[in-house]
Design a protein around this ligand. Structure first.
Ligand code: FES
Ligand SMILES: [Fe+2]
Length: 347
């Protein structure tokens, strides 16, 4: 059994990544290719020619179809062959590749990897700050050589900022602040409130203010593999609380972890914010800074994964700082078990 939920929507790409030329990407163990038709709808299909399995992503677009680069089999956007390598050879509908259902929302291309009949767009995680008119959102993508759940652990435990991101967003006060963890259905919330502290450089520059601030972090896990983190600072005395905090600068770190293999994943990271939303230059600088911060996580997590593989006799331990990740993993495991029980009942 895989370590990920199968009947679920996963982010396959940023909206800007999928264009007329095929994009190859392995999603949940399945090599896929993605491209846009002329009407801009996204096609997703298995990245293997039905003839000799050459990746179709190496092929040539012809209208809304794709022609294999090896012997020229032409496949339509519905996955069915339209022309054989030799015109004399008979076409039939069984010469086809598997296609997948896609949906575009929140700046992402989502792909459904389970039973097609269950692919309801209402099940796409509600990453609302990515589509809200009063917020601006941008970000990037990293291939990370580790189990996607290690990234969820990392995002649900921000004590690591103190050491991993010492030069940008980390500060010792993060270690001192008490944690509150609560589970609501399939969601986990881990909150931390840091009153009257000196802001780290990243937030001081965003706030354009030098005095002490109240700082908050609220990590929110959503199935199958998303974490949104409500973060920001407000000047002391501005009235910000853990429940209401639009008095200073507020951002929502939006992360989606799409499994690639059991030990690698696609990390779609970004930041939505509700301040300076028309400043495109700031958005670009912010994204560059954030990309640098997440590259620090990538280096740590890849080293952690290598160490896990090199020490198969050792176990991961959980301390109190790990409670958010532990709860998220329990929810994932429960959902996988429920889904396979349901599949067993209908088999
Ligand atoms: S491998 Fe694609 S046509 Fe032969
Ligand atoms: Fe981090």
């Amino acid at each position: 059994m895989s370590s990920w939920l199968t009947n679920a929507w996963y982010v396959a790409a940023w909206d800007a990544e999928v264009d007329a030329s095929p994009l190859a990407r392995t999603i949940c163990g399945v090599p896929m290719l993605f491209y846009r038709r002329l009407d801009r709808r996204v096609v997703a299909m298995r990245d293997a020619c039905p003839h000799r399995l050459l990746p179709l992503s190496l092929g040539i677009r012809e209208g809304d179809s794709i022609r294999c680069k090896y012997h020229g089999l032409k496949i339509g956007p519905d996955g069915v062959a339209e022309e054989m390598p030799l015109a004399a050879d008979k076409l039939n509908r069984s010469i086809c590749v598997e296609t997948f259902i896609t949906h575009e929302r929140h700046r992402f291309i989502w792909v459904w990897i389970g039973e097609a009949a269950l692919a309801d767009p209402a099940l796409i995680p509600d990453l609302w700050p990515c589509s809200h008119p009063d917020w601006v959102f941008d970000g990037g993508h990293y291939d990370v050589a580790c189990d996607y759940r290690l990234m969820i652990d990392n995002l649900m435990d921000l004590t690591h900022e103190t050491h991993v991101h010492a030069g940008s967003i980390g500060q010792p006060e993060i270690m001192a602040a008490p944690l509150d963890c609560r589970v609501e259905g399939n969601a986990v919330f881990l909150s931390r409130w840091m009153p009257g502290i000196t802001p780290p450089p990243f937030w001081r520059e965003a706030l354009r203010h030098d005095g002490p601030v109240d700082r908050w972090q609220i990590c929110h896990f959503l199935l199958p593999a998303a974490v949104m983190i409500d973060v920001g600072v407000a000047p002391v005395g501005a009235g910000a609380t853990l429940d209401r905090h639009d008095q200073g600068v507020r951002g929502m770190v939006v992360d989606f972890m799409t499994p690639q293999t059991e030990t690698s994943h696609h990390y779609f990271w970004g930041m939505a914010r509700n301040f300076d939303i028309h400043d495109a230059g700031f958005t670009a600088r912010f994204k560059r800074q954030q990309g640098g911060v997440f590259a620090e996580d990538k280096a740590i997590l890849e080293a952690q994964q290598a160490s896990i593989l090199a020490n198969p006799d050792l176990k991961l331990r959980a301390y109190s700082i790990d409670q958010g990740g532990v709860r998220a993993r329990q929810i994932i495991a429960r959902a996988i078990a429920a889904s396979s029980a349901a599949a067993g009942a209908t088999a």
